[in-house]
Ligand binder design. Sequence first.
Ligand SMILES: Cc1cc2nc3c(=O)[nH]c(=O)nc-3n(C[C@H](O)[C@H](O)[C@H](O)COP(=O)(O)OP(=O)(O)OC[C@H]3O[C@@H](n4cnc5c(N)ncnc54)[C@H](O)[C@@H]3O)c2cc1C
Ligand SMILES: NC(=O)c1ccc[n+]([C@@H]2O[C@H](COP(=O)([O-])OP(=O)(O)OC[C@H]3O[C@@H](n4cnc5c(N)ncnc54)[C@H](OP(=O)(O)O)[C@@H]3O)[C@@H](O)[C@H]2O)c1
Length: 423
Amino acid sequence: MDTKIYDVAGVGIGPFNLGLACLCHPIKDLSTIFIDAKKEFSWHEGMLIPGSTLQVTWLADLVTLVDPSSKFSYLNYLREKNRILQFGIYEPASLTRTEFNRYCKWACSKLSNLYFGTEAISMTYDSNKKVFTIRCSVNGGKEVLIRAKKIVVGVGTKPYLPQWADVLKSNKVIHSSNYLAASDPIEKANDIMIVGSGQSAGEIFNHLLDRPSHPSLSWVTRNRQLFAMEAAKMNYEFTSPDFIDYFFRLPDDTKEGLLRKQKYLYKGISQDLLNSIYDKLYEGRQEGVNFPVQIMTNTNVVGVRQSKGQLEVELLHRQTGRTNKQTTNTLILCTGYHYNIPEIVKGLGKLIKYNKEGKLAANRNYSIDLDNRVFVQNAELHTHGFNAPDLGLGPYRNAVIINSILGYDYYPTDTGTTFQRFS
Ligand SMILES: Cc1cc2nc3c(=O)[nH]c(=O)nc-3n(C[C@H](O)[C@H](O)[C@H](O)COP(=O)(O)OP(=O)(O)OC[C@H]3O[C@@H](n4cnc5c(N)ncnc54)[C@H](O)[C@@H]3O)c2cc1C
Ligand SMILES: NC(=O)c1ccc[n+]([C@@H]2O[C@H](COP(=O)([O-])OP(=O)(O)OC[C@H]3O[C@@H](n4cnc5c(N)ncnc54)[C@H](OP(=O)(O)O)[C@@H]3O)[C@@H](O)[C@H]2O)c1
């Protein structure tokens, strides 16, 4: 056992805890360690579709929006790679996702306190010594114990499968998070059905349209239309600490209703992608290519069964009530991601605060206990609002967490940055 007691242990090294590691790096009197179950850093590797871009400005890197002078900034990465002048000419609105992944790997390579291949299995708390012990499995074998005074849990969300898919256990049913890993069976399929109408569905449909063999493509969504994400500058003001302050103070049932209404501030498909899909279909027709596609809105999948090596999908039109059965080779479920409270948090029992629905009752500073010892990243959609998964606000949340851990304001946390008043 490592006898050292760290000030902070981060569990999970996605972009949020990686950003935390970068922002903690210059704080000399704070000892930190970060672990991740994966063998190396990789950001949603199953969805690194060539050409797909981030949905935030390139300025929203791991650190810049809190500390532009940080050596972990994207601009410093460009400087080191000798690409900064070219970038000034290239000047994209957003980075490609593969480039963001490369940049994060570069940031990892600069830090000596990140341990990959290390999965947190359980966690206990010694209330006398005020120390947490995390039991970890290294590369699925050897056990190690890590001890720390504060914990930041950044384990991300998990792919969500509707119940009818979960029971199916078929290699013909693929979640979007596994899209590139499943490229072999997808390549072979000549008839594919995509379910869902978020950005993942749009990107996969668009990618499959480019396949020279033109598989037959059905795209099914229960939504009444393919919604474009709302991307006006005034709407981006909701992605701000000011809005988080406002949302946090609302009663729980008001929060729930507002979250539903704000869905298209963070879900839906980017307008550029929707337009490009339309143009591709139109240009295909112009060139005499008859894409075998059907796009079905207002349509729910109510059941799927395996039949003669195919999948038989039962569809229900939500307005007319009509049902229809369709067969397909492969179903790609772009049904999103859910947050599951991790076992290491559940194991802490009464130390952790829950609301009456059993969800984590995160405090404004992202801690989930009474004593500000356990913090979460991207687990507070229901308490802090739709900004929880937003990469642009990652540095802000990390600044709040670091300031809370230190007990003084090391980093600035912007307020008063919106022209709109929310309350
Ligand atoms: C395909 C996709 C694209 C997205 N693009 C954008 C975008 O452009 N802009 C935007 O604002 N948001 C985007 N998001 C939303 C969000 O910002 C990302 O999901 C982001 O990766 C969340 O970061 P995270 O650190 O919370 O979690 P993750 O990136 O999911 O990382 C969590 C890490 O925790 C590790 N882990 C889990 N359990 C354990 C354990 N027990 N022990 C050790 N390690 C563990 C995992 O291995 C993983 O590496 C996107 C989401 C998806 C799915
Ligand atoms: N380029 C990028 O930056 C990029 C790429 C991919 C994803 N992302 C981000 O990552 C997050 C996740 O995106 P996502 O597209 O994977 O998921 P998502 O935005 O949550 O969309 C999930 C879709 O699946 C549907 N759905 C959920 N459960 C269903 C069920 N049981 N039956 C039928 N349909 C169901 C949803 O319908 P309802 O709307 O009715 O719930 C929705 O259309 C989003 O914030 C997105 O912006 C970003």
